[in-house]
Each structure stands twice: as C-alpha cells, then as structure tokens.
Design a protein around this ligand. Structure first.
Ligand code: S3P
Length: 168
C-alpha cells in the first residue's frame, strides 16, 4: 500500500520537525517543499526572495510540490506555509492523500518564529505579518485539512502520536 501524509500550516507550526519524526515512525520517505526548492535552485529560500522575488519563489515551490507528490512510494510531505495560496497547488494537495493541518493560534506562532530569522515574508514586524498571513490562509488550510491537530499545548512527540492516532 502506498501512503501519503501531507502536513500543512503556518510558519512555526512545526511541520518540519513533526514531518521528519512521523516519517521515521512510519518508515516512509520524508520530503519538504522548501528543501526541494533549495536543492533545485542551489539557493536558500531567503536568497530566492531577495534575488528573484516572491513570484519566482512561488513558481519554484509549485514545481517542487508537483514533483514531490508525483514520486513513487509512501511519503510524508511538509508543505511550506504559503503554498496553499496557489489554486493549482491546492488541487494537487486535495488529491495527494491525508492532509493534516498543524493548527496553532497566531500568538503561539509568533512566539515560535521570534524575530523571523530566515523568513523573508515576516519583515521587521513578524507578529503583525503573521497575523495578516494567517487571516488570509486560515480558510484555505481549513478547506484542505482531513485532520486538524491543535499543536499549541503539545510537544512534537505528542503531535506525532496524535497524527498516528487519527490516520485513517
Ligand atoms: C513561507 C513559509 C516558509 C517559506 C517561505 C514562505 C510562507 O516555509 O516557504 O519563507 O509564505 O508562509 P515554512 O512554512 O516551512 O516556514
């Protein structure tokens, strides 16, 4: 059987940490859309934003996601926070397997991302930027999610357990 588990949610929700851990537990491959973009372009995410702009990043992101989701075998895919903005990505995600939204209130996300290092969209006022981005994206996460895990009071290990418990 081929299994697909896709993690969505805002920056700071823990997609990478939890994604790696859940993949290890299941013995599945782990893919991360940001990592894929960085591998293909040879640039870091902040460098792509600075040198080529957000639109170029989003195009790479869409390509990376399509490639990841079309590869063979069971896998866990962590999807960068903004990928859900693109309707084509949303279609791919809705057909990809079990989609898990790691949900957290904006205050928690804000505390976790701190000064926003390495996160070009947050600028010099990360809390305000996060709140604005979250308002825009929350309905999209909601629409896509098969499973919602409230991560606020959970350790990454507990989030992994909760995902495994709820997997169909
Ligand atoms: C972004 C999230 C980041 C990264 C980029 C843009 C976003 O990934 O792709 O900084 O628009 O929310 P993570 O969600 O993995 O932090």
């Amino acid at each position: 059987m081929t299994g697909r588990l896709v993690l969505i949610g805002m920056m700071g929700a823990g997609k990478t940490t939890v994604g790696r851990a859940v993949a290890e537990r299941l013995g599945w491959r782990y893919l991360d859309s940001d990592e894929q973009v960085q591998e293909t372009t040879g640039l870091t995410v902040p460098a792509i934003f600075v040198e080529q702009g957000e639109a170029a990043f989003r195009a790479e992101e869409a390509r990376a996601l399509a490639e990841a989701l079309s590869s063979e075998g069971s896998m866990v895919v962590s999807v960068a926070g903004g990928a859900v903005l693109d309707p084509g990505n949303r279609l791919l995600l809705s057909e990809a397997g079990t989609v898990v939204w790691l949900r957290a209130p904006v205050t928690t996300l804000s505390a976790r991302v701190g000064a926003g290092a390495g996160r070009p969209l947050l600028g010099d006022d990360p809390a305000t930027a996060l709140a604005r981005l979250y308002d825009q994206r929350r309905p999209l996460y909601e629409e896509l999610a098969d499973i919602v895990v409230d991560v606020e009071d959970l350790t990454p290990e507990e989030v992994v357990e909760e995902i495994l418990r709820q997997l169909p």
